[in-house]
Design a protein around this ligand. Structure first.
Ligand SMILES: C[S@@+](CC[C@H](N)C(=O)[O-])C[C@H]1O[C@@H](n2cnc3c(N)ncnc32)[C@H](O)[C@@H]1O
Length: 282
């Protein structure tokens, strides 16, 4: 199996300010699902790894005494601090660091450790083992992402869907074939998160789906922000052609929806949960 690539700090260069505006939110039911499945009661501590601009940490912090958001990207952490400030959530600490550094960070122990669309970025088995050591007995790891794979598509609000194929062709035109990321190309693990967890003390855990939000309507700026928040279309990749790219995307979008509005269907929220048994020393 090829080794895990070292972290590339340019992965999301320029993306952070677009993230919260652009990325579709997770299921309305995510918080309740985690609360029930992981026995959360407003006490204990949360660690959100690869927290980005704080999407999960801010949503889940009220279920804990204290939360920590961990991310290597300082621009993401700046956005996260703004986000928690706007939401008046005061029990989160933002820490800069890599998931792989968890054993050295002295973060303490946790009832829940979450990864929102970030587990694949890490050296998965090594990081999951480090998380296992941080969990209190009975604690859980939860891996969260959007998924459309094999999920039913609900009825939408009546606007055209985002023309991902057409925008993908524009990205190819500007950046060449093959999805770019940081200084190289996107590389995804060949197997699923549960397969990786299955190779650790956690075992494969269980997979649940919380119904995705079928009500997300985006304007042209929102669609563009979604793309600019992605590592494969991060602003730095376009260099001095960013404005040209943006203008072409805008033209494409206006052609597809004269109202300028689109239905953004992110899929259901895929939640993989695995636990550390009670009675195992933390
Ligand atoms: C797609 S964003 C996810 C943000 C947020 N968790 C969410 O649910 O939307 C992935 C995040 O993982 C972070 N990341 C990348 N490599 C990482 C690593 N090795 N350890 C921890 N975080 C990492 C990136 O900086 C980025 O903020």
């Amino acid at each position: 199996m090829p080794g895990h690539a070292p972290y590339d700090p340019t992965l999301y260069k320029g993306s952070a300010p677009y993230y919260l505006r652009g990325r579709p939110p997770y299921s309305f039911a995510l918080r309740e699902t985690l609360a029930v499945e992981c026995g959360l009661d407003g006490t204990g501590r949360l660690l959100d790894v690869g927290c980005g601009p704080g999407v999960l940490a801010v949503a889940l912090a009220p279920l804990f005494d204290e939360a920590i958001g961990l991310d290597p990207d300082t621009d993401m952490l700046t956005e996260a601090a703004r986000h928690s400030g706007r939401q008046r959530i005061t029990n989160i600490r933002w820490v800069q660091g890599l998931a792989e550094q968890i054993p050295d960070l002295g973060l303490g122990s946790f009832r829940l450790v979450t990864f929102g669309q970030s587990f694949h970025r890490t050296d998965r088995e090594r990081v999951a083992e480090a998380v296992y050591d941080l969990l209190e007995p009975g604690g859980s790891i939860a891996l969260v992402a959007h998924t459309v794979d094999d999920r039913p598509v609900p009825a939408g609000p009546g606007y055209p869907t985002i023309p991902h194929e057409a925008i993908g062709s524009l990205i190819d035109k500007y950046l060449g074939p093959g999805l770019r990321a940081g200084q190289g190309f996107v590389s995804m693990p060949a197997d699923r998160w549960q397969d990786a967890l299955g190779r650790t003390r956690f075992g494969r855990g269980r997979q649940l789906f919380a119904p995705g939000r079928a009500d997300i309507v985006k304007g042209i700026d929102g669609v563009l922000a979604n793309y600019l928040s992605m590592s494969f279309a991060a602003p730095h990749l376009f260099g001095d052609r960013l404005e040209l790219f943006e203008a072409e995307v805008r033209r494409t979008l206006v052609e597809r929806s004269p109202s300028g509005l689109f239905w953004d269907w992110p899929g259901d929220t895929d939640i993989v949960i695995a636990g550390k048994p009670n009675g195992v020393l933390a």
